[in-house]
Design a protein around this ligand. Structure first.
Ligand SMILES: Cc1cc2nc3c(=O)[nH]c(=O)nc-3n(C[C@H](O)[C@H](O)[C@H](O)COP(=O)(O)OP(=O)(O)OC[C@H]3O[C@@H](n4cnc5c(N)ncnc54)[C@H](O)[C@@H]3O)c2cc1C
Length: 343
């Protein structure tokens, strides 16, 4: 029986793990390793600072769901990958061996990119992790009680600006609702500092200088053919010209799911010896996104993430943000049930 280790238990990790198990059944043992015991519906973090969601509303325990699908879960953190020995060193469980590895570790935040940026130490807030989003909710209440200037910013190297704009528009909306908007000067500074997760920076044979896993268009490592990656962890070369303030490639949730499914298909092809290899360059993956713009939402539908495109549509939903709410409920239901075969 082949052993497949998956690092990461969110969008890409859950999709890749369950899809692989569905395709290969008893031929494989699939083990997910992740430090977080709960699945997090990341897009709804933008509502935590305004008290519209608590973190418990947008998370659920991942282990029971994975176990129901025949996937094992180990709550632990990958420290380093040793691709020549086909092993991952973990914090609590020592060395774990694999036949195939799927890296779905997302990204970690680089607060060192600017002096005094770390939100743990000072008045800086950040909405990208659950604990920091909850801290931002306390700060929002403080600014309502004691209004003053607010700077909303994403730093050089930022990629998906959608979340930053969603925060900005919602800040404006909820300050108005609380009757203090006129006393708060909002300044918007653009462009989020993302690097690959620490475990991958410790595994230099697998990653580029920023810690992203270097793969081909089937999301298989270019040298180690039994190592795959999906989601934010994948290196994507920017298709646009580099500017003085660098800007990254937006990697949203939908492509994470698509990559997870392609990885599962290719591991199945390899184990079954079909001779097939599924590819889809990142730029050719369709894009589906709903942005909360405060009083309304904008639906963004494109047939390819990168230009040239044959189809691109931005539809403002002036009737309010029910699309984003329906998507949140659907995605939480789909992942809670482990129904990763659904779109
Ligand atoms: C505030 C915000 C709003 C967003 N809004 C949208 C939106 O509206 N629409 C959209 O499509 N996308 C949105 N995105 C982007 C979307 O959330 C990401 O594309 C998606 O989370 C990527 O999934 P992933 O599985 O690759 O990584 P993640 O969701 O980051 O998951 C990474 C997993 O790896 C685990 N991990 C980390 N380190 C290790 C380690 N050392 N060993 C083992 N496991 C590890 C983590 O615990 C986690 O389980 C938003 C992002 C943010 C931050």
């Amino acid at each position: 029986m082949k052993r497949i280790l998956v690092l990461g238990s969110n969008f890409a990790g859950v999709t890749a793990a369950i899809s692989t198990k569905r395709k290969l059944g008893n031929d494989v043992e699939v083990i997910v390793i992740s430090p977080t015991s709960h699945f997090l519906y990341v897009p709804s973090l933008i509502w935590v600072p305004f008290g519209l969601r608590k973190v418990k509303d947008i998370t659920f325990p991942v282990e029971p769901m994975l176990n129901k699908k025949g996937v094992k879960f180990i709550q632990d953190k990958g420290i380093k990958v040793m691709p020549d020995q086909k092993k991952v060193i973990t914090e609590k469980n020592g060395e774990l061996s694999y036949d195939y590895l799927i890296v779905a570790t997302g990204a970690s935040l680089n607060f060192d990119i600017l002096p005094n940026l770390n939100p743990k130490d000072n008045m800086v807030q950040c909405i990208v992790t659950p604990d920091l989003a909850e801290k931002s909710a306390i700060a929002f209440e403080e600014i309502v009680k004691n209004p003053g200037p607010v700077v909303v910013a994403a730093t050089q190297g930022a990629s998906c600006m959608g979340a930053a704009y969603e925060y900005l528009f919602n800040l404006d909306k909820y300050l108005r609702k609380r009757g203090v908007r006129k006393q708060v000067d909002i300044t918007w500074v653009t462009p989020e500092p993302f690097l690959g997760a620490e475990v991958m920076k410790n595994s230099p044979d697998l990653v580029d200088e920023k810690g992203f896993v270097v793969t081909n268009d089937g999301y298989q490592h270019i040298k180690y053919k039994n190592v795959y990656a999906a989601g934010l962890a994948v290196e994507v070369i920017t298709p646009f010209k580099k500017c003085a303030a660098p800007f990254g490639v937006p990697k949203t949730g939908f492509p994470s799911d698509v990559m997870g499914k392609i990885v599962a298909e290719n591991i199945r092809n390899d184990i079954k010896g079909t001779g097939k290899f599924k590819t889809m360059p990142f730029g050719k993956i369709p894009g589906i996104c709903i942005m909360d713009a405060g009083k309304k939402e904008v639906w963004i539908l494109i047939n390819h993430l990168f230009k040239p495109r044959q189809f691109e549509l931005m539809i403002p939903n002036v009737f309010y943000n029910f699309g984003k709410l329906i998507l949140e409920k659907y995605m939480l239901w789909k992942n809670k049930k482990g129904l990763v075969q659904l779109p």
